[in-house]
Design a binder for this molecule. Structure first.
Ligand code: PBG
Length: 324
């Protein structure tokens, strides 16, 4: 008897059949930046991505739909920022405008919104300040109000990314009390304080004006803390959990996946995208190959949903049969 694992690799059809990880365009979410005003502006830190006015966001949706991606994560970039981040929960805020426009035109797509204060506050922190510290409990009503305004404008899922304790419960209560019990919460349950968010902060103009986010985002030395965060958000009523970033945190994805019965998403963040783009541009590595390999790794680690700036390209790779 000759035992030869290679037999499974030599024949392309067998190799395809024997794949242990399957991907579908249905499992992908594409982040979009909506900028108050109009137009379409390239984002220098995220080569190939744009800031869209609410009137132009349909262009990005069309391109994604053509590849089979029908789920979107919306971020807002307001014209004016203030200490209380009032643009986040303004009835006619930029995300709310975008939601209404997209919902009217595409009733069938899935719209997820990022719920946070940092793009809207003049100080750039994810919550309301008390002195120079973010005041956790004072922030909760603002987050709940933001989530409600997104639900009212047509969001299917709200995704709080602020990392305040207790926000899932506060948002759930607010949604339920106002007749939005069908709106789900995808909690950024496990969000590390990460340098991988650098390009996003340039894209959204949301870098903190002073200090950093280590008072509320997690320390990347910790894994048990991730499990605790995930369990707490689940207990507070989260419908889905997220781990973020993805690359460098696949052990965390695996650990959370093994312990939760909720759907688990991983967010392959701006720095991951920018690194792959830069490596490709400099001729150091094959951009397409890096994209495919990193996308598959997230699912292999145990996530069922991937949020990625490459979502349309990953969907094309799946349809070609290069992955999945
Ligand atoms: C906060 C938020 C951030 C990202 C998603 N939601 C930025 C931060 O925490 O500083 C980062 C996403 C990315 O880097 O792609 N609203």
């Amino acid at each position: 008897m000759e035992i030869r694992p290679r037999r499974l690799r030599e024949n392309a059809a067998v190799r395809g059949m024997a794949r242990e990880t399957r991907l579908s365009p249905k499992s992908l979410i594409y982040p979009l930046f909506l900028e108050e005003g109009g137009g379409k502006e390239p984002i220098p830190s995220l080569d190939g991505q744009f800031r869209y006015g609410p009137d132009r966001a349909a262009e990005a949706v069309e391109r994604a739909l053509a590849c089979g991606v029908d789920k979107f994560l919306l971020f807002g970039i307001p014209k004016e920022k203030d200490p209380l981040g009032s643009g986040a929960y303004a009835g006619n805020g930029v995300v709310q405008q975008g939601l209404r426009a997209l919902r009217a035109r595409y009733p069938e797509i899935l719209l997820v919104t990022d719920v946070c204060m940092c793009e809207y506050t003049s100080h750039g922190h994810c919550g309301i300040l008390s002195g120079r510290e973010v005041d956790n409990d004072a922030t909760l009503p603002y987050l709940a109000r933001t989530a409600l305004s997104h639900a009212q404008a047509g969001a299917d899922i709200v995704a709080p990314s602020d990392m305040m304790d207790g926000r899932v419960a506060a948002i759930r209560k607010m949604l339920d009390e106002n007749g939005f019990s069908r709106v789900s919460i995808l909690s950024y349950a496990v969000k590390y304080a990460s340098s991988f968010y650098g390009p996003f902060r340039e894209a959204a103009g949301s870098a903190p004006g002073f200090g950093d986010r280590r008072g509320y985002q997690m320390d990347y030395h910790n894994k048990k803390e991730a499990l605790r965060e995930a369990a707490l958000d689940e207990a507070e009523g989260a419908d889905m959990l997220m781990v973020k970033p993805a690359m460098s945190y696949l052990d965390i994805v695996r650990a959370v996946a093994e312990r939760t019965n909720l759907p688990l998403a991983a967010y392959s963040v701006s720095g991951e995208y920018a690194m792959i783009k830069a490596a490709g541009r400099l001729g150091l590595a094959d951009e397409y190959g890096l994209m495919c390999e990193s996308a598959v790794s997230v699912f292999r680690a145990g996530a069922g949903i991937l949020i990625s700036y490459f979502a349309p390209e990953i969907a094309k790779a799946i349809q070609k049969g290069d992955i999945g």
